[in-house]
Design a protein around this ligand. Structure first.
Ligand code: IPM
Ligand code: MG
Length: 370
């Protein structure tokens, strides 16, 4: 436990680190259409991770068979990102694992367990920071309701960047939220670029700027500044509380298109949106940076399913939706479309418990559709 003098010193160090982060920002982009070889890292994770990743790897090997055979695509298996190994080494991402990850161009990652409390950072948060994956992109679509949403969640700042570095003083605890100009500008630009390239006409900025005046105030202001460079796209701003209500209001929800929002609100509302689509097992998630990109399921490692003996009922849909996003990102449009169409038409209903179909039944049907 710290006293106030020590807390101020700790705070000074945090501020200096954040300033250094801004100063070291690097914005050089990778162009996958011009790369001769692409290395895809395969990270199983833990809990149900290895079960769903086995399926995703099978699908990738089938869709990319030719390019894997002639060496244009390399699948690189990366071990060691398990909760057991991370706890034993006391590292959220052990150094040798991080080095292997950094040797890849893109990553497909199974869920990793985040210990509650303590000081061990979530592996996701570490990887998002280390690889500078600043845009968390989560699409949700319900064609029969005219819903086609895409969430651009800021992924390296906000409540997460110092989430494991809060300060405990006698009788109280303080956490920090950080919003930078450059961090906000780049996520806003990513959201508006997506809108422009995909014929969208509206981007909704979602914050709680009436309460988080400095950080969310800055976020809203910078998003509006960026919007000025995109004529024909309307930027509107909302508070997160009413937006969570809007998403369950059938008379307004299909009017929203693209959302841009700070990290924690994005975390929460994308689970809500995925649930509206058919559950957190149904949505994919992409963590995008300028140099690396990591694709993953939106859900966690579900240790409960394993404890209850439900391993046969795991739902691979979310990681396979993420696989579609990965294929698109590396410019393998045909393979992406094949998988997406098969997922859209596969009607085997996996619910994550014994009331639904098994993962095996789903995969058997999916392969006949591919
Ligand atoms: C997500 C997850 C992560 C997050 C956890 C696992 C750290 O909920 O990707 O949405 O909070 O970002
Ligand atoms: Mg989440």
């Amino acid at each position: 436990m710290m006293d106030i003098t020590k807390a101020c010193e700790a705070f000074r160090v945090l501020l200096e680190e954040q300033q250094a982060r801004i100063a070291n920002a690097n914005e050089e982009k990778k162009d996958f259409s011009k790369m001769e070889t692409v290395t895809i890292g395969i990270i199983d994770g833990d809990g149900i991770g290895p079960l769903i990743m086995t399926q995703a790897e099978k699908v990738l090997r089938m869709l990319l068979a030719e390019e894997i055979a002639d060496g244009r695509i390399l699948l690189k298996k990366i071990d060691g990102l398990t909760i057991e190994n991370r706890m034993a080494l006391g590292k959220s991402v052990p150094e040798d694992v991080l080095a292997q990850i950094k040797s890849c161009d893109v990553l497909l990652k199974g869920p990793t367990t985040t210990p509650m409390g303590g000081t061990m950072e979530s592996a996701n948060v570490t990887l998002r920071r280390e690889l500078d994956l600043y845009a968390n992109v989560r699409p949700v679509s319900i064609p029969e309701e005219g819903i086609d949403w895409i969430f651009y969640r800021e992924n390296t700042e906000g409540e997460y960047v110092l989430g494991s570095r809060g300060i405990s003083l006698p009788g109280m605890a303080v956490d920090f939220k950080v919003t930078t100009d450059f961090g906000t500008r780049r996520i806003a630009k990513a959201a508006f670029d997506y809108a422009k390239q995909n014929g969208k006409t509206r981007v909704s900025i979602v914050t709680k700027a009436n309460i988080m005046k400095k950080t969310d105030g800055k976020f809203t202001e910078i998003c509006h500044q960026v919007a000025e460079n995109y004529p024909g796209i309307t930027a509107d701003d909302w508070y997160i509380d009413i937006m969570t209500a809007n998403l369950v209001n059938p008379s307004v929800r299909n009017s929203f298109q693209v959302f841009v929002l700070p990290n924690l609100y994005g975390d929460i509302i994308t689970d809500e949106a995925a649930q509206i689509q058919g559950g957190v097992g149904s949505a994919g998630s992409a963590n995008m940076g300028d140099r690396y990109a990591m694709f993953e399921a939106i859900h966690g490692s579900a240790p409960r399913m394993l404890a209850e003996g439900l391993q046969d009922y795991v739902n691979p849909t979310s990681i396979l939706r993420a696989t579609v996003m990965l294929l698109r990102h590396i410019c393998r449009q045909k393979a992406a479309q094949r998988l997406e169409k098969a997922l859209d038409t596969c009607k085997v209903n996996v619910t994550g418990d014994a009331s639904g179909a098994t993962c095996e039944a789903f995969m058997t049907e999916l392969f006949t559709l591919l």
